[in-house]
Design a protein around this ligand. Structure first.
Ligand SMILES: [Zn+2]
Length: 201
């Protein structure tokens, strides 16, 4: 039985569902919040509700957005003919921080991961295929920018094989990324070099 009042325990329980947060850290965070002004607490709660109510997936690239189409997809200065495929929205952010990519993206949501039971049907591959079929005259290149680990490798090979039948160049970012690493943790220079060193597969 918890010694905490139910309303505090309730929030502690919510915090422990977050990655990397155990019960001790969760308690620390909640007691920190208890010392903040009530208005800030309300704003914090409102920001969470706002996420649930307003954030959706871009109907074109499947990245998070507040609108039907995201700011990258609607930017007339972006090259709609080059699609960079990433597993995670954080990878997209890392690539944007290089300021070295002027195309658009497609966010799969996850890599294929047989060990965790994540199959090609569980990630947003179908949306990418529909996009390539619909815009076959515009799309010239699909860049696979997936993690330098087993799951990224499996996903890259699966997509490369899948897109063979379409008249589109499929490339893969260079090997500069440290093996076994997550894209989102690579620094901007490494990512820029990997992007420039992409090769057709
Ligand atoms: Zn978009």
């Amino acid at each position: 039985m918890s010694s905490l009042p139910p309303s505090i325990q309730n929030l502690v329980d919510h915090f422990t569902t977050l990655p990397g947060i155990g019960p001790k850290t969760a308690e620390k965070l909640v007691f920190f919040l208890l010392r903040t002004p009530p208005k800030d607490l309300h704003d914090f709660g409102a920001a969470l509700s706002h996420l649930a109510d307003n954030v959706t997936l871009c109907s074109q690239c499947q990245n998070f957005t507040d609108k039907e189409l995201c700011a990258i997809c609607t930017n007339p200065r972006r090259d709609q003919g080059t699609i960079c495929v990433v597993a995670d929205p954080l990878d997209l952010i890392a690539l944007e921080e290089t300021h070295n990519f002027r195309g658009v993206y497609h966010v799969l949501g996850h890599n294929i991961n047989p060990l965790e039971g994540i199959t090609p049907n569980d990630i947003r591959i179908r949306e990418l295929v529909v996009r390539i079929e619909k815009e076959s005259l515009t799309i010239k290149e699909v860049i696979l920018a997936l993690d330098a680990n087993n799951e990224g490798e499996i996903t890259s090979l699966y997509l490369a094989r899948l897109f063979k039948k379409y008249p589109v160049k499929v490339t893969r970012i260079g090997k500069g990324l440290p093996q076994g690493s997550d894209m989102e943790y690579a620094d901007s220079i490494t990512l820029s070099n990997a992007l420039e060193g992409r090769r057709e597969i």
